[in-house]
Design a protein around this ligand. Structure first.
Ligand SMILES: [Zn+2]
Length: 349
């Protein structure tokens, strides 16, 4: 299947009542792990690259690896998404390269650190949405500010510093016309999300439910949603790592989110943990080995296992064959003639 847009993937996910994992990549082995997991579970999938990934891998390598994935797995609907674009120019360059979907994170100023005002966020996000939709490309916006820092991007601090206000979420969706909306409900980027198993005092699922009630047709996005499972932490520490005890977002909470409008779930840390644990194990158990394939092969397999598990837990497994790709040109026509709705349905309080 040619690369498809996240709008199409998420519209289909809404029809089917499931969520779609969006997995971050920086290199070929991560893309291979995700595609094999998608094949194994027959899942549509979103592969996303941050600014940090684009800098690490270079755009052309990333883009051509994605094209290779689309070519090798014609049965899998695959979207190529820019994670946390910091400015109009970053989103524009991704669209020109061939990304089928971009996130404009206008919750922060272009430095990727300082919280922006609501008006600044609306202005830049609408500008990106107008530009992208003319070209058939999907846009994710963010309202509220996530905690933590990843790849040098983030406001830092706790996920509770700037949680999303439901009234602002409604106004933001209405004024920008985004296809999906990332909300801040207490989650953070990185491995250190919570210092104990999260409960309602730190993970605001009630807030998510309140936003979904007001915006029943808007695709919600959960960022910082790795579960940081103990077994993956343990493997790293067993083989010489030094991770501090930490908790991520429990899968049951994500599943509750999926019942309440969450259609895209971002996962990065869990895969990083799986890769690092597998590599450390080889280094400790077989210190005589020096062929990178000796440790990259089990690392790739460990990531594939985690991704396949999440695909099953999010409900996207089994849905790859439900639909055929809508071309980017037809998506552009849909936005132009109004068949692809960008005005959200707003329910009364
Ligand atoms: Zn994020």
């Amino acid at each position: 299947m040619p690369l498809v847009t996240t709008r199409q993937l998420l519209d289909e996910a809404a029809k089917g009542g499931y969520g779609v994992g969006a997995f971050n990549v920086n290199d070929m082995e991560q893309i291979q792990a995700i595609m094999e997991a998608a094949k194994e579970t027959n899942s549509p999938v979103i592969i996303q690259a941050s600014r940090g990934a684009r800098k690490f891998a270079q755009d052309n390598y990333l883009y051509h690896l994605m094209l290779a994935a689309a070519e090798l797995y014609p049965q899998i609907p695959l979207a190529m998404h820019l994670d946390h674009g910091n400015s109009f120019e970053t989103c524009e360059s991704a669209i020109k390269l061939g990304f089928t979907s971009v996130m404009m994170d206008g919750s922060l100023k272009p430095d990727g650190k300082t919280p922006a005002t609501f008006e600044e966020n609306v202005e830049v996000t609408k500008k990106v949405a107008d530009y992208a939709h003319e070209r058939g490309i999907s846009v994710e916006g963010e309202i509220g500010v996530l905690g933590g820092i990843e790849d040098g991007h983030g406001a830092g601090g706790s996920g509770l510093d700037h949680v999303t206000d439901p009234d602002q979420a409604v106004e933001f969706a209405e004024r920008t016309g985004v296809d999906s909306l990332a909300i801040a409900i207490g989650t953070s980027h990185g491995a250190y999300k919570f210092t104990k198993k999260p409960d309602g005092s730190v993970l605001k699922m009630d807030l998510l439910i309140a936003i979904h009630k007001r915006l029943p047709n808007t695709h919600l996005v959960m960022h910082g949603s790795s579960s940081v499972p103990k077994d993956l932490q343990d493997i790293i520490n067993q083989y010489g790592g030094k991770l501090k005890e930490t908790w991520g977002v429990p899968v049951e909470e994500i599943q509750l989110g999926i019942k309440n409008g969450v259609r895209k779930i971002n996962v990065d840390t869990d895969n990083r943990l799986a890769i690092t644990g597998a590599i450390r194990k080889v280094f400790v158990e077989s210190p005589e080995k020096f062929d990178p394939r000796d440790y990259l092969t089990p690392a790739r397999a460990a990531m594939q296992k985690v991704v396949a598990q999440r695909m099953t837990q999010f409900g996207q497994a089994g849905h790859a064959g439900d639909y055929t790709a809508i071309s980017i040109a037809d998506m552009a026509k849909g936005y132009a003639n109004g068949t692809l709705v960008t005005k959200p349905l707003i329910a009364a309080k």
